[in-house]
Design a protein around this ligand. Structure first.
Ligand SMILES: [Zn+2]
Length: 340
């Protein structure tokens, strides 16, 4: 585990944590909120290491005995809990165990640190058990909660934590992360960063071969079909299901494509496009639709996404959606009906 310098983005948050360490004003409890995959957990772990680093007062050196133990996952004064894989929630037993260990002074570090990842997954009993510890914090303990759905936390928990809000990463920050952490060449790193929506977590799930192959094929099929061509719409639906039987990702891809088409129609500025490598297809599709029609398609794609998540007949959703995507005028799907 290395220090803050290796983290992409979040300079302001890191600076405030370092300042608190320099001034001895570290809070007893922090809540790191923000979108998934932007680095909340990495910052939390680095902060935890820094709090006990033997070499630096406000950073983790990565080399001292304490930092090495952090990296190996066997520091006796660091406790991390998260939802167990086979459970629905973070359980009260997990919190109780945590509270017990927090009653003792640190074994060898300056501070006992505990990290609760995705804290919104605590069930109400677990959250209430934690609340007591947050209300009467021990000296020499620090609790860090991370959450990308902080609105689901008990307000009483939130109010006892110092909240730090993480934003999305800049495309350049994601690109640098991809270049350093995924075996991707310059061009591939740029493509992944453009499509990662400010999240290195999302970047890590993107597969270049898929992006350059099936993804572009789907865009070409949409852009190449004539308006109101029902056979082409059904072929496109077939292709969506082939590309992604779950449909969620295929719908997401097309939503990004149509958003680009709307941006292109409105501004004609290629720097505004996310799917820059599909600019010709974006322009071709945008040329056939009014801005109103594109806005309607964005709403239809959002609706398709909700239907897919509820597991409603996927072939029918794909078919209805694709007929709509090829139609300049509103279809049944846009009006909220599914074709039989
Ligand atoms: Zn160290």
């Amino acid at each position: 585990m290395s220090g803050f310098a290796d983290i992409r983005g979040h300079a302001r948050i890191i600076e405030s944590l370092r300042r608190a360490m320099q001034r001895g004003t570290v809070a007893h409890a922090y809540l790191f909120t923000g979108p998934p995959g932007v680095g909340k957990h990495t910052v939390a772990r680095t902060f935890a290491a820094a709090l006990n680093c033997l070499d630096r007062p406000d950073d983790a050196c990565g080399a001292c005995r304490s930092c090495r133990k952090m990296a190996q996952g066997n520091h006796p004064d660091f406790h991390e809990i998260a939802k167990l894989e086979d459970k629905k929630f973070i359980l009260i037993e997990q919190i109780r165990e945590l509270i017990k260990t927090l009653q003792y002074a640190p074994y060898e570090g300056r501070v006992k640190v505990c990290l609760i990842a995705d804290a919104e997954q605590m069930n109400p009993e677990a959250a209430n058990a934690l609340l007591k510890t947050l209300e009467e914090p021990n000296a020499r303990t620090a609790i860090i909660l991370t959450s990308s759905a902080a609105h689901q936390l008990l307000p009483t928990v939130v109010s006892r934590c110092q909240t730090l809000r993480f934003g999305l990463l800049a495309e350049e920050e994601v690109r640098a992360w991809v270049a350093a952490n995924m075996s991707a060449g310059e061009e591939d790193a740029a493509l992944i960063a453009a499509l990662a929506e400010g999240s290195v977590g999302r970047a890590a799930t993107l597969d270049v071969e898929f992006l350059r192959g099936p993804r572009l094929a789907l865009f070409d099929a949409l852009a190449g079909a004539r308006p109101n061509d029902v056979a082409a719409a059904l072929a496109l639906a077939e292709k969506m299901l082939e590309t992604d039987p779950g449909l969620v990702d295929a719908v997401e891809l097309l939503a990004g494509f149509v958003r680009d088409a709307a941006a292109w129609r409105a501004t004609g500025d290629s720097r505004r496009l996310r799917n820059r490598d599909a600019q010709a297809a974006v322009a071709q599709y945008a040329g056939r639709m009014t801005i109103d029609a594109l806005a309607r398609k964005i709403r239809s794609l959002a609706r398709a996404r909700r239907l897919v998540e509820r597991n409603i007949a996927k072939p029918a959703i794909a078919a209805g959606l694709c007929v709509e995507l090829l139609s300049p005028a509103p279809t049944d799907f846009a009006k909220g009906r599914l074709p039989r």
